[in-house]
Design a protein around this ligand. Structure first.
Ligand SMILES: NC(=O)c1ccc[n+]([C@@H]2O[C@H](COP(=O)([O-])OP(=O)(O)OC[C@H]3O[C@@H](n4cnc5c(N)ncnc54)[C@H](O)[C@@H]3O)[C@@H](O)[C@H]2O)c1
Length: 251
């Protein structure tokens, strides 16, 4: 029997990058996957690709910043499969938003990052968690970034949003724990994927040189951690932050 056999797992922002890697990994471990993504073409392509590889997957066009959108998404998953066992709130506006100092970031830019990264995490959990509470089980993985720990400059709105996700995780773990639901947060370091293609080479090399494990990281380096946290092997772990960055900052 596979690790996630027949579980229903929602992965937001799974049209590319880390979310796609999580979806592929979880599907290979037997899960039924709901790809929830604002980019319809990318999301549909990932779901189709999974189905072509014998996985059970659906795509639901979702803007995680929208209350109606996230509620529709959860209702659609329940209509299809009748339960939700796992959730990865991966959708986010990522590293490529960087490059501006604290006084160059505009108010609309700040608000958009908060809408997607912070409100989106809350709204996705708000839509999904009640259904887990009915079953008295479930696991949620939220997504931060190690930039929140070493205080990456010229990325203030992003760094602030990820600090908020970490605090959110702790409080949600306490609210949902009595119903048997675990909530944990992962903080990847800088990885090599589409979203980080614009990161200057000098910053990339600085990251590698200052890691205990001196190489680039890939989405596949993080997928195993997400799979573990969603699994029963992590049954006594909740409210925790796990940093996966090759040892750049230690937590
Ligand atoms: N790549 C890295 O180095 C890195 C490091 C640390 C943390 N992270 C975090 O991991 C997550 C994924 O990062 P990534 O590098 O794969 O980014 P990415 O930009 O490649 O993927 C993000 C996905 O989310 C989708 N998305 C954006 N806004 C959305 C919305 N409102 N509703 C639904 N979907 C939306 C995008 O269309 C995209 O497919 C993000 O939360 C990011 O902050 C990434």
């Amino acid at each position: 029997m596979k690790r996630h056999q027949d579980k229903v797992i929602v992965v937001t922002g799974a049209g590319r990058g880390l979310g796609r890697a999580y979806a592929q990994r979880l599907a290979s471990e037997g899960a039924r996957i709901a790809i929830c993504e604002i980019d319809a073409r990318a999301g549909a392509a990932v779901a189709e690709d999974l189905r072509n590889n014998s996985a059970n997957a659906i795509f639901i066009e979702t803007d995680v910043a929208s209350k109606e959108g996230t509620e529709f998404m959860a209702a659609r998953v329940l209509e299809k499969w009748g339960q939700i066992d796992g959730l990865v709130t991966n959708a986010g506006l990522a590293n490529s938003v960087g490059g501006q100092t604290y006084d160059e970031i505009t108010v609309p830019q700040w608000d958009r990052i908060m809408e997607v990264n912070v409100r989106g995490t809350w709204l996705t959990c708000r839509a999904v968690a009640p259904h887990m509470q009915k079953l008295k089980k479930g696991s949620i993985v939220t997504v931060s970034s190690d930039t929140a720990h070493w205080g990456s400059p010229r990325l203030l709105h992003y760094v602030t949003s990820k600090g908020a996700v970490e605090a959110f995780t702790r409080a949600m773990a306490r609210e949902l724990g009595p119903d048997g639901i675990r909530v944990n947060c992962i903080a990847p370091g800088l990885l090599n994927n589409e979203a980080t293609a614009g990161v200057p080479q000098v910053k990339r090399e600085w990251n590698i040189q200052n890691r205990a494990i001196q190489r680039e990281g890939s989405p596949e380096d993080i997928a195993g951690l997400v799979s573990f946290l969603l699994s029963d092997e992590a049954s006594f772990i909740t409210g925790q932050l796990i940093v996966a960055n090759g040892g750049l900052v230690f937590h």
